[in-house]
Design a binder for this molecule. Structure first.
Ligand code: ADP
Length: 543
């Protein structure tokens, strides 16, 4: 027997309608290339998203057509999320930090018919023009007065594209399982793969994100996503912030700039901010140098890569800011776990709390996790056993766009292989020890590169640390520690090893320490281990 409840579809236009009705006055502040503080209200966003939807319909798009975006975090990009997705098209966000060939590949693979771009990416697109013939219309995110000259055929300014359209528009009644957004993985191995989100997955994901034990967002918050709108839905913020009516601050092209972030946070009263560890390094370094304290910020959500203990400590001790570590991936919309302490942990000492905070976090309702060994046997949640991490749930991809099962990322019983290796403790807190492909196997046992990196980063003279496996005649592989020294600081190999000694298992101690000026990063700010291994391919452990 069916229950007797309305069959109201979970579609993203419902979030916009709710925001318009209930929080129309709420402010959105953006930094754009030509305006250091653009301000408008939710109601303006909603009206302009409807204008964009009208303009795209007039252009002749059909349901399910892809519209690409190549843009930083600002109000026009946010309008695109709703104007495209809400109208039944697919908003395909593209990471401008990818290699140009990868950008061309994914535009073609997605079959983008229209492409919205920030003016600064025009030279890149002009070079790619011969390879992306599917794009019929380029829309430059600016107005006619600031429109740069371009060799691209069919390029118009965004303001002229939407300017004469009505702000009246009736959002179509879509099926909640219709596609709404598309984001490609960064493709560190092989071609990038497209993850195609649907309305239902995004609404449920946003709903989960706002919960108190997850991101705890409310109408009293002011949110600054430093995580880009072009990568994995900016961790759901475009949807979750509007669901609750939080003030939004969008840093535009200034995302990696510590001073800009600080000024925005203090000036706009930012209470929550989200981003990968590298951006927080920039902010913390700026604050140290300039002798500034974060007075308004209450908490940060940090994920995308392991969060060094020293970072959690610096936020706590210098700024009284609580760090919530999160874990997820493109294929998971992205949220999988979030680290918030349980009731029985409230009385722990500050140091014991910190130990828990260095873990990736605990499961949230909507994502089921398990760890398995090589024979697919489930491993215990004891904080010791580690194995391949698998997940399932309504905001986790069931396949990749236009690959029809060939990527082989799912188990026979329908779980998604994350490609991460992890432990889960008795309280349900998961900790990532490595990517499957980065695992160091020494004498048949795994060594966690992430844990060694984390301890190394705690040394005051270390700016950044990475650990890779290098060949060893007896043990197959041994860990090599690669370090960038902090500005104006010095540290020797022996001092580094002495620092690690006693903080990690004895047999995990790196075989050698090398100092470098630079460590390669992926387009999403993670250490590029593949590239590091290539750089150290000729390296031999000293006899
Ligand atoms: P990509 O496009 O490279 O897949 P993602 O943002 O999807 O980019 O990367 C997801 C991966 O990032 C995860 O599978 C995991 O390896 C890593 N990651 C994310 N959060 C954490 C974390 N808190 N600790 C350790 N690794 C993390």
């Amino acid at each position: 027997m069916h229950g007797l409840m309305m069959d109201t579809p979970l579609v993203i236009s419902s979030i916009l309608r709710h925001a318009d009705r209930n929080h129309g006055e709420r402010e959105i502040v953006s930094v754009t290339a030509d305006n250091p503080r653009h301000r408008y209200r939710y109601s303006d966003l909603c009206g302009r998203a409807r204008q964009l939807a009208n303009a795209l319909a007039r252009f002749g798009l059909s349901r399910g057509d892809r519209v690409g975006t190549l843009a930083w975090n600002d109000y026009r990009h946010l309008e695109a999320y709703y104007g495209i997705g809400g109208a039944g098209y697919v908003c395909h966000t593209i990471n401008p930090r990818l290699f140009p060939e990868q950008i061309a590949f994914i535009i073609k693979h997605a079959g983008d018919r229209v492409l919205l771009t920030d003016p600064m990416f025009l030279p890149l697109l002009e070079k790619l023009a011969g390879h992306i013939g599917c794009v019929e219309q380029f829309i430059v995110l600016t107005d006619d007065a600031l429109m740069p000259s371009t060799t691209l055929a069919n390029a118009v300014s965004y303001e002229s594209f939407i300017g004469s359209e009505s702000s009246e528009y009736l959002w179509p009644e879509l099926d909640e399982k219709d596609a709404v957004a598309l984001c490609y993985t960064s493709g560190t191995t092989g071609d990038p793969k497209g993850v195609l989100y649907n309305h239902r997955s995004q609404v449920l994901h946003a709903y989960a994100c706002i919960a108190p034990d997850v991101m705890g967002l409310s109408s009293r918050d002011c949110v600054l996503p430093v995580v880009p709108l072009f990568h994995v839905n900016a961790w759901g913020i475009p949807y979750s912030a509007l669901m609750v009516g939080a003030k939004l601050v969008l840093p535009g092209p200034k995302m990696g700039d510590g001073e800009t972030l600080y000024t925005l946070m203090e000036g706009e009263g930012v209470t929550v901010s989200l981003g990968v560890p590298t951006v927080w390094m920039a902010l913390l370094q700026y604050c140290d140098k300039a002798g500034k304290r974060l007075n308004k910020l209450q908490r940060t959500v940090i994920g995308g890569a392991a969060v060094p203990e020293s970072m959690i400590r610096a936020f706590r001790d210098k700024h009284d800011v609580l760090v919530h570590q999160g874990w997820g991936m493109t294929e998971m919309s992205p949220l999988g776990t979030l680290n918030s302490l349980k009731a029985n942990m409230q009385e722990l000492s500050a140091e014991d709390k910190l130990k828990i905070q260095t873990k990736a976090g605990r499961g949230i309702y909507g994502v089921e996790m398990r760890i398995v060994d090589d024979e697919q046997n489930e491993l215990p949640w004891d904080g010791v056993a580690y194995g391949a991490l698998q997940v399932r749930g309504p905001w986790i991809c069931s396949d990749y766009f236009r690959l029809d099962g060939s990527a082989g990322a799912h188990t026979d019983d329908g779980w998604f292989e994350t490609g991460d290796v992890a432990t889960i403790d008795a309280e349900g807190f998961m900790a990532i020890t490595d990517r499957t492909k980065d695992v160091i196997k020494s004498g048949g046992e795994w060594i966690s590169s992430i844990e060694i990196e984390n301890v190394a980063m705690g040394h005051a003279s270390v700016a950044e640390a990475a650990v890779i496996g290098v060949p060893h005649p007896k043990w197959t592989e041994r860990p090599l520690l690669i370090v960038i020294k902090a500005e104006g600081k010095d540290v020797s190999k022996d001092e580094m090893l002495a620092w690690l000694d006693g903080k990690i298992a004895k047999w995990w101690l790196p075989e050698d320490v090398v100092f470098v000026d630079e460590i390669p990063h992926t387009a999403t700010g993670k250490i590029k281990k593949i590239e590091l291994r290539r750089q150290f391919a000729e390296y031999r452990i000293p006899a």
